[in-house]
Design a protein around this ligand. Structure first.
Ligand SMILES: Cc1cc2nc3c(=O)[nH]c(=O)nc-3n(C[C@H](O)[C@H](O)[C@H](O)COP(=O)(O)OP(=O)(O)OC[C@H]3O[C@@H](n4cnc5c(N)ncnc54)[C@H](O)[C@@H]3O)c2cc1C
Length: 410
């Protein structure tokens, strides 16, 4: 006998939203979470402030997810950021919108949002079981029959939602358990890889460690082919690049494993080459008797100026009036397209999200239902769908959770 209409595995944002919505529509729901607390990762988001969505329209929202965004558009149209904001307002949350459309709780506390979500689930009658780690799924006749927990107990239900997240920040509970269950069910899983993670470089850039810069454009290349770009703040680490722009570019790097890639840094994206060259010409005229390393530190921090001059084959101890036209052009090239070779990305311990997961070709975007098992649904980061920083990843959890909950409750 089925004890519940629905079992939801995973008590993160996707699982809580799915469980709450299904219960609101009248389903009897059991939520299983392996941690002793719900929403451990949710509490870490946005530095504890929780950038839970973004205020841009559905189509632009969908575009932010790249190639897989098309799959998600119908979901975003049904329960996108506006519907989500209204949902949280109805639940009593005060919100605020910051730069680039990022939406936060007015209190700057992720815990306020989590409290409301848990209240929403509990008020609608969801049974929550903590410290309940699911070990595997049992199937028969193209249906999931039960989940088996770590102590060997089999729990039965009519429907199941997998909301176990990805593999990033495994200390939060997201250890990627469900990938193995799904492969055992012959569901296709795109290999999970860390993303929104610092970039590692082959080049030795130790001397730049600690330099942080604003509004830098990064362009990613495979040979001559441009794969993508990102603009924003960067920081040089001892081994590579971190900060919002490198993190956003890391999503594309994660989707090109084992391929030689180059990242080109444009330190002055606001100027084209000609304008920048004219600026340098003017600076060297005005300061003809100063050392070049001091003149160029008008454009970039001193350590970086010295590094770029050396990389352009120019002695920093040369005076302004000694810079030749060829040297000036070489310096402009270094400032506009300084090329570094990508070694890879930092691992899951430091990655905010996981690229990869359940192959979207096997999931119906209108229901979040599996195309292989009629009573199985997916929500959140377990799906092969990820976005840049700015609230896009939590929106995956909210939208897919809401839709999976509704579909499973029908
Ligand atoms: C440091 C950090 C900051 C972030 N900041 C933002 C941000 O500001 N904005 C944004 O949009 N996104 C942010 N993200 C991404 C966002 O947190 C995730 O996309 C989101 O949490 C995914 O939700 P989820 O419910 O799918 O998975 P998760 O939040 O990972 O939840 C999955 C749950 O399933 C449980 N579980 C796993 N396996 C089992 C099992 N076998 N049995 C039972 N339970 C299980 C886990 O313990 C976990 O509680 C951030 C991520 C990190 C790491």
């Amino acid at each position: 006998m089925d004890n519940y209409d629905l079992i939801v595995i995973g008590g993160g944002p996707a699982g809580l939203m799915a469980a709450g919505r299904a219960a609101e529509l009248g389903a009897s729901v059991l939520l299983l979470e392996k941690n002793n607390n719900l929403g451990v990762k949710l509490l870490m988001t946005g530095g504890g402030r929780c950038n839970f969505t973004n205020k841009i329209p559905p189509r632009a929202f969908a575009d932010a997810y790249g190639a897989n965004g098309k799959w998600f558009l119908s979901g975003l149209t049904r329960f996108g950021s506006n519907e989500l904001i209204n949902f949280f307002k109805r639940e009593g949350l005060k919100i605020k919108v910051e730069a680039a459309g990022r939406v936060f709780p007015e209190s700057d506390k992720a815990s306020d949002l989590l409290t409301l979500l848990v209240e929403y689930a509990e008020r609608n009658g969801v049974t929550i079981r903590l410290a309940s780690s699911v070990l595997k799924l049992e199937d028969d006749n193209k249906k999931i029959q039960a989940v088996v927990s770590l102590d060997g107990t089999a729990l039965r239900a009519k429907k199941f939602i997998i909301a176990t997240g990805g593999r990033s920040y495994p200390s939060s509970g997201s250890t990627g358990d469900a990938y193995a269950w799904l492969r055992a069910l012959a569901h296709r899983v795109i290999k999970p890889r860390p993303a929104l993670s610092p970039i590692l470089l082959n080049d030795d850039i130790k001397e730049l460690q600690g330099i942080s810069l604003s509004e830098i454009e990064l362009r990613l290349f495979q040979g001559d082919k441009k794969l993508g770009s990102a603009i924003g703040d960067i920081i040089f680490t001892g081994s590579g690049l971190s900060g919002p722009a490198p993190l956003n570019l890391s999503r594309i790097i994660a989707r090109h494993p084992g391929v030689p890639l180059e990242v080109k840094l444009d330190f002055k994206p606001a100027f084209n080459q000609e304008v920048l060259e004219q600026n340098i010409l003017a600076l060297t005229h005005e300061n003809s008797r100063l050392y070049l390393k001091n003149i160029i530190s008008d454009l970039v921090p001193k350590k970086l100026a010295a590094y770029l001059l050396a990389a352009s084959g120019i002695s920093g101890s040369k005076k302004g009036n000694g810079l030749t036209k060829a040297e000036r052009q070489s310096l402009v090239k270094s400032l506009k397209a300084y090329s570094l070779s990508v070694k890879g990305l930092r691992g899951f311990e430091e990655a905010m999200i996981t690229v990869g997961g359940v192959d979207l070709r096997e999931v119906d975007p209108k229901t979040m239902g599996s195309k292989l098992f009629s009573n199985l649904y997916f929500a959140g980061e377990i799906l092969d769908l990820e976005g840049p920083t700015g609230g896009y990843n939590l929106q995956v959890a909210w939208t897919s959770g809401y839709i999976a909950g509704e579909s499973a409750a029908r």
